[in-house]
Design a protein around this ligand. Structure first.
Ligand SMILES: Cc1cc2nc3c(=O)[nH]c(=O)nc-3n(C[C@H](O)[C@H](O)[C@H](O)COP(=O)(O)OP(=O)(O)OC[C@H]3O[C@@H](n4cnc5c(N)ncnc54)[C@H](O)[C@@H]3O)c2cc1C
Length: 380
């Protein structure tokens, strides 16, 4: 199943594909070694008008729907590194879309416009050492002091954490639970803010950090929306993030399937191609069946979301199914490549490693099952 896209989408696809071919693929292995995407990718996408494709046109964005983000992602993923797409999405979709949705006009002018223009890079800081799946348990506290907040606490596993210029941060401004949470934009160069890069097993082109706030003073005007109303903004943002991960999962599964099929034809064992053996025909048939199902579910969830309908459950199903499917696909496709799949230069091997983050980020598979169960009347 393929979505029906307009000529405008296809123009964007060609334009991003060209950029990926010329400027991403030649650099991607170096970015993986560096542990971060070069800033030039943000500025090049901004010049083309695609960095903030879903942000408000009034503040420099493209004002488009999620299908444009889908096309952007699908093309970025062709570089063969999930980390590249994670870095761009953590900036535009995770850290900035939520300011665009809930922030004051002044805050949007201050952050959304430079974000869309690639002048500032953002990160979203929600997870903490003791609060991952259970967002409502977060402890980082912001206390009002005149026209400022003073922030103390820490954030963990934050994508773009060390390269970001601002961190859209979930903080506790009220009592316990989800009603005491606010979102505030913290400039990364604030006194008292320190950060360290984490060493990961995959998604190497995406920098992931732990961030510490020690009496960090932030203007109260940097609050996104109202005090103690941040939880619903975070949850609304999660829907876009989960669609992003679903598209990434499908894209990378398709790349792995195609590489495995080519290999299955080319590799000879015991006098015939691997795909001469029925076992491999059937295993790759299963891979493709699950991939098609995952794409169909993802496109259905995107369409529902773009139409403005309640899509939380369907998005959670798409995120659950596609990310688990991507890991299963990786295992099957790595197996058919034998020892080659364990080599650093092997696309399937690298994507296998990268795929492990997909079932964790933006809410784990267990969290997705919980949402589906609650929404569909499966819990009592
Ligand atoms: C590469 C990467 C990038 C990330 N980027 C960001 C980012 O940019 N910003 C950000 O804020 N966070 C980010 N995260 C953090 C991510 O959102 C969390 O890791 C995730 O929400 C899970 O939280 P946790 O790691 O604390 O695991 P935990 O919440 O401790 O969960 C551990 C295990 O327990 C399971 N579990 C939890 N609750 C239940 C339950 N009720 N029932 C059954 N099982 C349960 C989980 O599914 C999981 O299997 C990133 C993570 C990774 C790996």
């Amino acid at each position: 199943m393929q979505p029906v896209l307009s000529e405008e989408h296809e123009m964007m696809r060609r334009s991003v594909a060209e950029l990926v071919e010329r400027e991403v693929i030649p650099n991607v292995r170096q970015w993986e070694r560096d542990g971060e995407v070069h800033r030039s990718l943000f500025t090049r996408l901004a010049e083309l008008g695609y960095l903030g494709v879903r942000l408000s046109p009034e503040f420099g964005g493209g004002g488009q729907d999620f299908w444009f983000t889908t096309v952007l992602l699908q093309e970025l993923m062709r570089c063969g590194s999930i980390g590249v797409a994670v870095a761009i999405m953590a900036h535009a979709e995770f850290a900035t879309k939520v300011i665009d949705r809930g922030g004051s006009r002044a805050l949007k002018e201050k952050y959304v416009r430079p974000a869309a223009e690639g002048r500032l890079i953002g990160a979203l800081g929600v997870s903490e050492p003791d609060a991952g799946s259970d967002v409502a348990a977060l402890k980082t506290r912001a206390v009002k002091d005149g026209d400022d907040y003073i922030v103390n606490g820490s954030k963990l596993y934050i994508s773009n954490g060390t390269i970001a210029d601002y961190i859209t941060t979930a903080v506790r401004t009220g009592g316990e639970g989800h009603r005491g949470i606010s979102l505030i934009v913290i400039p990364a160069n604030s006194d008292g803010l320190t950060r360290r890069r984490l060493q990961k097993i995959g998604t190497h082109a995406s920098d992931t950090a732990e961030i510490f706030f020690d009496d960090v003073r932030v203007p109260a005007s940097n609050l996104v929306g109202e005090e103690n109303k941040g939880f619903s903004l975070i949850m609304a943002g999660f829907e876009g993030e989960r669609l992003v991960l679903s598209v990434m999962a499908c894209s990378q599964a398709r790349m792995m399937f195609e590489a495995a099929r080519t290999w299955g034809h080319d590799r000879k064992v015991f006098g015939q191609s691997l795909l001469g053996f029925q076992i491999w025909q059937h295993r790759l048939a299963d891979v493709l069946t699950n991939l098609e199902a995952g794409e169909a579910l993802t496109y259905q969830a995107i369409e529902k979301s773009v139409r403005g309908e309640e899509a939380n459950s369907l998005i959670s199903m798409a995120k659950l199914f596609t990310t688990e499917m991507a890991v299963d696909t990786a295992r099957e496709c790595a197996q058919i490549q034998g020892g080659l799949s364990h080599m650093e230069d092997c696309l399937i091997g690298r994507l296998y490693r990268d795929s492990l983050a997909l079932t964790i980020g933006a809410g784990t598979s267990e969290t997705m099952r919980g949402i589906i169960a609650r929404t569909e009347g499966l819990s009592c």
